[in-house]
Design a binder for this molecule. Structure first.
Ligand code: BG6
Length: 471
């Protein structure tokens, strides 16, 4: 019988520096936009972290990475996704010389992964733009950021050229339209930010992504460099063509980013939107060629939910928790945070991307944020997280269906394979991991790690290369 997942399929887990490293001000690290959002990326911004408003400082991976990586290895991880905190390397973002202590930390981390044969998958920018770039330049609205990012990318590509093969440029690059500060370091409040400036910022990030892809391939032609987008299929609320059109237009908002990364040019549908909104993107000399000549090697994406669209303004009240908008889908259940759970949507997203571009895909985030309760087990404290196993199993079965449909998928990394701080709410209690971390929303806790029931489930799944999903 043919196997569903090919030999060498990259199973693993995903994290981001700002959500799990801690040590936010150690060894020369500068502040990032995350350090001043104590309530999470959608919450208010504070001046600077103080003992009163300090954001929960990750889970101290910075000092415990050896212990944590050993646990990932025990589960059989083939790949581990993390980000490099830009501000560990360039504390302000606009320096000329990098911070050696920061570079050394990631050397040690990648060496530790290599000991177990775990492939790193590294995001260059995961919601952690150096704060100085937000304050001084208004983040990506300013073209100068391209140069700063170029220096940063060149530095880490060169340093880790023999240690890291898989790279992502910007985490969920399309989120800048919805969370300009967290995603794009744009300090201007959303209500004052013009669409012109927002889309110009998008352009700068897209140029920077193409430039990083170019430089990366020059430094090591074996690098595989991908874009990373939020994937979200949109369903019409009714078969009324106006709703169908609404759904289509919603999807275009997201496709814009993968279209440009893969096809190297702005699609026609966005020209009309720009015209109607009076937006004129300022292209510098060479931007067009750079984008056209440096498409990504693969598309990576996060998948948590689908969205339901309607043209009826009365129904357009936001679905609770649906960060990109939409209305509740009566056929779907939601997580405790209102994220509508839709495994079949994942199969559709995989097929839609693959049909559209026919380049390899990588699922780099998927998982269930839930409130876990620690209980006594035969081998010590644990969590009976059958709900998480159920969620992942249902999604992975649909991934298998998509592979049978012919989709080329390189790997799958669950989000937050070890409990970490939530990006949107800064809560610790929104847990995704296979490994429980003893830390509470108020910062109390020992930081001890405990295996949840899902730990052994994932271990067995990886050992069978996904086959036990279908037995
Ligand atoms: C993605 C982000 O949006 O979703 C992660 O790339 C984030 O950084 C994840 O943590 C889950 O979201 P949240 O808000 O539950 O942490």
């Amino acid at each position: 019988m043919t196997k569903v997942f090919p030999e060498g399929f990259l199973w693993g887990g995903a994290t981001a520096a700002n959500q799990y490293e801690g040590a936010y001000n150690l060894d020369g690290k500068g502040l990032t936009v995350q350090d001043v959002t104590p309530k999470g990326g959608f919450g208010p911004i504070t001046e600077e972290p103080t003992p009163d408003n300090l954001k929960l400082e990750g889970i101290d991976f910075y000092h415990r990475y050896k212990e944590d990586i050993a646990l990932f290895a025990e589960m059989g991880f083939k790949v581990f996704r993390t980000s490099i905190a830009w501000a560990r390397i360039f504390p302000n973002g606009d320096e000329i010389e990098p911070n050696e202590a920061g570079l050394q930390f990631y050397d040690d981390l990648f060496d530790e992964l290599a000991k177990y044969g775990i492939e790193p998958l590294v995001t260059l920018s995961h919601y952690e733009t150096p704060l100085h770039l937000a304050k001084e330049y208004d983040g990506w609205t300013n073209r100068k950021l391209i140069g700063f990012f170029e220096r940063y990318a060149r530095t880490v590509f060169t340093r880790y050229k023999d240690k890291v093969k898989y790279w992502l440029t910007f985490n969920e690059i399309n989120s800048v339209l919805h969370a300009p500060f967290m995603s794009g370091g744009i300090l201007t409040p959303p209500e004052k930010l013009s669409k012109q400036d927002l889309y110009q910022a998008v352009h700068h990030e897209l140029v920077a992504s193409a430039l990083a892809t170019k430089i990366g391939h020059e430094i090591n032609p074996d690098f595989k460099i991908g874009c990373m987008v939020i994937a979200m299929p949109a369903y019409p609320l009714t078969p009324n063509p106006v709703d169908v059109l609404e759904a289509r237009q919603f999807e275009n908002q997201n496709y814009l980013f993968s279209d440009i990364h893969v096809r190297g040019k702005y699609p026609n549908y966005i020209q009309r939107f720009f015209k109607e909104e009076g937006i004129e993107i300022d292209f510098a000399e060479g931007d067009k060629e750079l984008m056209a000549e440096n498409p990504v090697d693969f598309i990576s994406f996060s998948y948590y939910m689908s969205v339901t669209a309607t043209a009826d303004p009365e129904k357009q009240a936001r679905a609770k928790g649906n960060i990109l908008g939409g209305v509740p889908n009566p056929y779907l259940e939601a997580s405790e945070w209102g994220w509508q759970i839709d495994p079949i949507g994942l199969r559709m997203v995989l097929n839609a991307f693959y049909d559209r571009y026919q380049i390899p895909l990588f699922i780099v985030e998927n998982g269930l944020g839930a409130k876990d309760v620690l209980v006594d087990g035969p081998d010590g404290p644990t969590v009976e997280d059958d709900y998480r196993i159920d969620y992942l199993e249902k999604h992975l079965k649909q991934v298998g269906e998509a592979m049978k449909d012919g989709v080329e998928l390189w790997g799958y990394t669950t989000w937050g394979c070890i409990d970490l701080v939530s990006a949107s709410t800064a809560e610790m209690s929104k847990r995704y991991g296979f490994i429980y971390v003893d830390r509470n929303d108020d910062g109390s806790g020992t930081l001890a790690r405990y295996k949840k029931k899902s730990f052994n489930w994932y271990k067995d799944l990886i050992a069978s290369n996904g086959e036990n999903l279908f037995s």
